[in-house]
Write a protein that binds this ligand. Sequence first.
Ligand code: BES
Ligand code: MN
Ligand code: MN
Length: 456
Amino acid sequence: MNEVKSYIDSNQQKFLDELMEFLRIPSVSTDSKFKSDVLRGAGFLEGALKKAGVDLVEICQTAGHPIVYAEKIISSDLPTVLVYGHYDVQPADPYELWDSPPFEPVIRNERIYARGSCDDKGQLYMHIKALEILNQQGVPPCNLKFILEGEEEIGSSNLNLFVNENATRLKSDIVLISDTTIIDNDTPSITIGLRGLSYVEVEVTGPNRDLHSGVYGGAVANPINVLCDMISSLIDNKGRVTIPGFYHQVKELSTDERAKVAEAPFDLGKYQQEIGITDIQGEEGFTTLERTGIRPTLDVNGIWGGYTGKGAKTVLPSKAYAKISMRLVPDQDDEEITRLFTEHFISIAPKSVTVNVTTHHGGKPAVTPTDSMAFQAASNAFEKVWGKAPIATRDGGSIPVVSLFSEILGIDTVLMGFGLDSDAIHSPNESYGIFNYLKGIETIVLFHQQYAALSK
Ligand code: BES
Ligand code: MN
Ligand code: MN
């Protein structure tokens, strides 16, 4: 057995215990009730990085939650890898749907169950353990910098300023991120594309107060009915978004590129069964992997208004609301799409209501190069540890910092994630496989070694 593997084997329990301690901190960034817990999350990382052997670690205050910055610099002759991760997590609600409390991690069936176990605390922590191993075994083969943020799940709004102000300090050759998925444990993959995001909230107002639905019903426009009509008009019967200009910037993929997407194995039956659906849907002319990987889309994330309490109340509501997200692909621009949405949504409102659109966070789509040394290093690392060359995939989720690093710092990213779609990130009972956690640590160590060797 090689040294790396045997170190991981003999420290398995310690590695798990440490991650469990990290997962016990409810670092929910969106809810101010957890502000001090997010801060504790940063403090935990500061301690863990010190123990792993960095030369410098700082908790950097921002207008929101802090950013943890650390470095281990060996020599200016060596390449520098900038590791990015996020220690904030999504809210755990609804708590009653969890089989065990979200912030009391437990191991069942070789998996760690807790909010953030996969997204992204478990995946981030693998990088700190990889550094520990590199340090234990001598001198790390490259310089490492860490930028760990506490606001990814709320749009990374303060990261932009931090990266701009610290551009010199963050200077690196490559960004390495583990915050994505592989196809399955027998089919390793490297993510080479992420979708962007435009997220808006709409408010439709009808009468100036809630009305009796018998006295006024039939004669006065019901904002919820109107909102539903408006929303359903946003996608046509071919599954295409109807907002004028929505597809203008979309880069159509070549036949070759589409053939690459199709290389990933996909089992429709398993896909449907895993999420409990009996049929799929989507844009005509595209496969499921294309629909989530290379095509833009629009979804309602939440809709409310009127009476939603117990029992029945007869009311014609004054207002209706919805939260709507659009997932974007190269070269769509989130701000442009938000503008197009807003203009269109206001233009389709009937005279009987008024419409207000507000904007939440967004993010740009990203594609990462596959002809770089860093991609080759990641590919080699996967092949050595997993016994198979990884397939390049396009993921549907968004990590807006990828385009930020490329625009501000001019640095490319390698997305070497180890999660599975079935890890249920953002859902109740999120979990992360111990297999993925330990194999991931090994793969990351190998990445650094491979990258340093190829850079010589
Ligand atoms: N790690 C996810 C993104 C992700 C998940 C990428 C799975 C690829 C595969 C990240 O934490 C996330 O949830 N991002 C948000 C966007 C953000 C701006 C709130 C998302 O995709 O909704
Ligand atoms: Mn994440
Ligand atoms: Mn997330």
